[in-house]
Design a protein around this ligand. Structure first.
Ligand code: ZN
Length: 525
């Protein structure tokens, strides 16, 4: 007796092979039969009505570790078919916590509008904490280089001492022991920006012992894009770890088109035997923090130290002076994503240029004014990529899909990047059906079997007997993202239902409330 029998489906099985008509039988949370099921009986039957049945989407790049405790139902993700997400990216994670440096860690996560209870210390504590929440989907953790560095040496702008490096290695090992799939770095952000390549090599050597990977938000995705690719490859080679280049792009009009060179370099490395892959999201705008426009030294000592500097008129003037030197920034393309204080809510969604008009000052000066008034740096959205590049990167066979978004629900409010709600449905609607950049099967492969293999999920990502029944049904003619920059909290269209481990978590446009998710710990699956 089956639990579920799904009839009349167009099966897009995750392998990249052309879809085929068939049925799927599920028992005990796993797929037990595919194809023709004859007279097999089931407790529940579903008629797919010739729509597409695919493995649940695996989001290779998210920041949900900061928001799942608050939004464990992850409506932004399950509504578009995501059933597993990889967190701890870009060097950011809420663990490990060194109690004497908790403030530094907490303030550094202000780029995400979520409040955490901070009642854990180690990676294992945090994973257990997550699992006390009613999770709808599965979570794969990474150890974050920035968080580890903060725990060992705060926001110091220097190489670690031998003791500090030893401490960092021990913390990386602790995270890997707890089940992290690898380590991430965010070398464009403090404190990652203070680290030299050798430090990353040393830490990745620890990761190599556990068979983990190195995911990197590279040091420079503008003028130094190709050097940054070299640095990423070097870390992988010297430490003996696979490399995952995060949210690949060339930022800034002057550098558009360079993704052709960077991907050619990746092809060359792969041809020479180096294991390197990438991810991308289907938008021409990034989401980051306003501190991105300030000189790195301003963050030495952490966000508290930055705030102190900005409140000191002479230092603030010096910072504005240095920061204004970069004349390439187009402030009309940078928008405020979220603020803390309710009285500043009218600024959400405004461009920094418009903010300047509102404050009757230069744009950057107005932005710094808002940081001070709001009590913390705020997240921003910046339109800075070319559509042609996005399509070029999407097409590359070693590129998978990663949203760079996070778990949230419409209750969050503010104006976050729409990618949290729309990445996967946008690829299928805009880039498969409308622009024909990818075939349906290739797009689904980049969302399923490919990331599954990358993160060691050997029983997910395909529709095959024995695989976990993470599935979704969608209408290939109707599927599309609905979330926009103006109105980001909108659920996608064309997704009929989503199942995690054989339990329905999203159906008829609603969260079913089923608690089907958990932390997928590497080495224990
Ligand atoms: Zn990043």
């Amino acid at each position: 007796m089956l639990d579920w029998r799904i009839r009349n489906a167009r099966i897009v099985d995750g392998s990249g092979n052309p879809w085929f008509h068939g049925e799927v039988g599920i028992r005990g949370g796993r797929i037990v039969a595919v194809g023709r099921l004859g007279d097999a009986r089931a407790s529940l039957e579903l008629d797919a009505e010739d729509r597409c049945l695919a493995p649940g989407f695996i989001d290779a790049h998210t920041h949900s570790d900061f928001s799942l405790p608050t939004f464990p139902r992850s409506e932004s993700r399950i509504s578009q078919g995501v059933t597993t997400e990889v967190g701890g990216n870009c060097g950011f994670a809420p663990f490990p916590v060194e109690p004497t440096r908790l403030d530094l860690l907490r303030d550094s996560s202000s780029f995400i509008a979520a409040s955490l209870s901070w009642e854990w210390r180690t990676a294992a504590d945090f994973f257990r904490h997550l699992e006390t929440k009613p999770l709808s989907l599965n979570f794969i953790p990474l150890v974050a280089h920035g968080a580890v560095r903060i725990a060992a040496m705060g926001f110091d702008r220097r190489p670690p001492s031998a003791d500090e490096l030893a401490r960092m290695k021990a913390l990386v090992a602790e995270g890997m022991e707890a089940g992290a799939a690898g380590i991430s770095s965010g070398l464009a952000y403090a404190p990652g920006i203070f680290a030299e390549t050798e430090e990353l090599v040393e830490l990745c050597r620890v990761v190599a012992r556990y068979g983990g990977l190195y995911a990197t938000h590279m040091r420079d995705q503008e003028a130094g894009l190709l050097d940054s690719v070299e640095e990423s490859l070097r870390v992988g080679r010297e430490a003996g770890v696979p490399v995952q280049i995060s949210h690949h792009k060339a930022m800034g009009e002057a550098y558009w088109g360079r993704v052709r060179d960077s991907l050619a370099r990746v092809d060359e490395a792969r041809a020479a035997g180096q294991d390197v892959t990438l991810d991308v999201y289907p938008y021409t705008a990034v989401s980051t923090t306003i501190t991105r426009f300030l000189p790195p030294w301003t963050l030495e000592g952490g966000v508290g130290a930055l705030m102190e500097r900005l409140r000191t008129p002479s230092v603030r003037a010096q910072i504005l002076d240095e920061a204004s030197a970069d004349r390439s920034v187009k402030w009309e393309n940078v928008r405020v994503a979220a603020v803390r204080k309710p009285e500043h809510a009218p600024y959400e969604g405004l461009t920094i240029e418009a903010l300047g008009e509102a404050f009757e000052s230069a744009p950057l000066e107005a932005a710094v004014g808002l940081i001070v008034a709001d009590g913390a740096p705020f997240p921003i959205i910046r339109f800075i990529m070319s559509e042609e590049d996005v399509q070029y990167v999407l097409r590359h066979p070693a590129v998978m899909i990663g949203s760079d978004g996070y778990a949230m629900s419409p209750a969050l409010g503010s104006k976050p990047h729409p990618r949290s709600y729309g990445t996967f449905t946008r690829v299928l609607g805009e880039y498969v059906r409308e622009k024909k950049v990818l075939s349906l099967e290739e797009a689904v492969r980049k969302m399923t079997a490919f990331p599954a293999a990358r993160f060691g999920l050997w029983d997910r990502g395909l529709i095959r007997p024995g695989q976990v029944a993470d599935l979704l049904l969608f209408d290939p003619q109707r599927i599309r993202d609905a979330a926009t920059f103006e109105d980001p909290h909108r659920y996608s269209e064309g997704v009929a239902w989503v199942m995690v481990g054989g339990q329905m978590v999203w159906q008829d446009g609603q969260d079913t409330g089923a608690v089907a998710g958990r932390v997928l710990r590497a080495g224990t699956e």
